[in-house]
Ligand binder design. Structure first.
Ligand SMILES: *[C@@H]1O[C@H](CO)[C@@H](O)[C@H](O)[C@H]1NC(C)=O
Ligand SMILES: *[C@@H]1O[C@H](CO)[C@@H](O)[C@H](O)[C@H]1NC(C)=O
Length: 387
């Protein structure tokens, strides 16, 4: 609901406006989309680390500090990406990207264009916001998706085009939304919140990934590969690595002070990955490393270099690492790796409603609350269409 209203509000208010080695050619040529993906290793568990942001987008939206924090975070990420061609970052909601973009000078925009052309910064979702799926009208959904995607296309061309839907915070998911995404040409969809009983059963039956048939009348034309995230809200336990949240300054040169801590961190991570891999069919594991609500990423360099020490430690250490290949990745690249496996997925033909996060928390009150506001929103959208 909040997301839906936010999307509409912003729509109205916005009348304007693998650790593969870097090569020379990569610096200069267009290399985005699936071409930018590293090849996973066949006989290992490939751990796709996906640096991303999401939470701050809604969390900061209502606060005065928003205008200050979002630009800082993105600028910090851009700087860190420019320092190392292996680093990746994905960005979901165009409204917040646009705030940053509109404040940048020509030189900064040029750098961002370069990162996007090289697939180092990728857009996912790409609508103006992440819309709610339960109480929004499809016309408003299509409007807000169109506006966000048009800005990305106008600004970055084909490399700005998101390949995956990114609906990780709506409270339940509609079949119609899957159908809309499929018809808009998305290749896959990532979901965050699924009813706790449903999720438990899917984990047990390895059905966290499926083909969602969005429409019975359209058939395969509305099919969309769908992935349910293992950890819906955060990165693996004990893995905060930004300067404010962490007590984790990895320094692998200083064997005496930090060796044991790296080892412990990595063991925790690998344990999580082992658990997770039992619930998915392929040898690819998706680990979203999200900035949550606490201003993580404002010092992106610290965060990336900590991550890289963990990556190096796992990939170089034959004891721990022989089963794993950790790589920077994106949802697009995870999708490609999973699709390349050629598994026959189950087909799902229903809604994910209602959402319950546990036995006493059904997220269904918002279906009927604020009826007047919903009415006004629908009427306003009619006027928008007419004008
Ligand atoms: C994207 O932008 C290009 C160049 O302006 C334009 O030709 C193309 O039609 C746009 N694509 C979509 C889907 O709007
Ligand atoms: C950081 O970790 C060390 C060792 O576990 C502990 O002694 C120290 O109090 C921690 N510092 C903070 C600020 O949490």
């Amino acid at each position: 609901m909040a997301a839906a209203l936010l999307s509409l509000f912003l729509l109205f208010a916005s009348g304007v406006n693998s650790l593969s080695q870097p090569t020379q050619s990569r610096e200069t040529t267009i290399h985005c989309g699936y071409q930018a993906c590293s090849t996973p290793e066949k006989n290992k568990i490939n751990v796709h680390l996906v640096p991303q942001t999401y939470d701050f987008e809604w969390n900061k939206a209502g606060f005065p500090s928003f205008e200050i924090t979002v630009p800082n975070i993105l600028s910090s990420v851009v700087e860190a990406l420019l320092r190392n061609a292996n680093r990746r970052f994905v960005f979901a909601n165009t409204a917040f990207f646009w705030k940053w973009w509109s404040l940048q000078n020509a030189a900064s925009r040029k750098q961002m264009r370069k990162l996007v052309q090289q697939g180092r910064l990728e857009f996912i979702g790409g609508g103006w916001s992440t819309n709610d799926e339960a109480v929004t009208h499809y016309q408003a959904i299509i409007d807000q998706m169109t506006w966000g995607l048009r800005l990305l296309n106008d600004t970055f061309g084909e490399c700005g085009r998101p390949r995956v839907g990114w609906q990780i915070d709506p409270f339940g998911h509609s079949r119609e939304m899957a159908s809309i995404f499929a018809q808009m040409g998305y290749d896959g969809l990532f979901l965050g919140h699924v009813h706790y009983n449903d999720k438990r059963q899917r984990l047990n039956q390895k059905e966290m990934e499926m083909v969602w048939r969005g429409s019975s009348s359209l058939g395969p034309a509305a099919d969309l590969f769908t992935h349910i995230l293992y950890t819906e809200t955060d990165e693996p336990h004990d893995f905060y690595m930004d300067f404010l949240c962490s007590n984790f300054t990895v320094n692998d040169d200083d064997k005496y002070s930090s060796f044991y801590r790296i080892k412990q961190k990595v063991n925790n991570l690998l344990e999580t990955i082992n658990h997770q891999s039992r619930h998915y069919h392929t040898n690819n594991i998706f680990i979203g490393i999200r900035m949550s609500s606490n201003f993580r990423y404002e010092d992106a360099e610290t965060w990336y270099s900590n991550l890289e020490q963990v990556i190096r430690y796992v990939n170089a250490n034959q004891d721990i690492g022989k089963k794993f290949n950790i790589l920077y990745s994106t949802p697009n690249c995870y999708l490609k790796a999973v699709k390349d496996v050629n598994f026959i997925w189950t087909t799902f033909k229903n809604d994910f409603f209602p959402y319950a996060s546990n036995g006493h928390n059904f997220w269904s009150g918002y279906y009927t609350s604020c009826p007047t506001r919903k009415y006004q929103t629908h009427i306003a959208n009619n006027f928008l269409q007419v004008s």
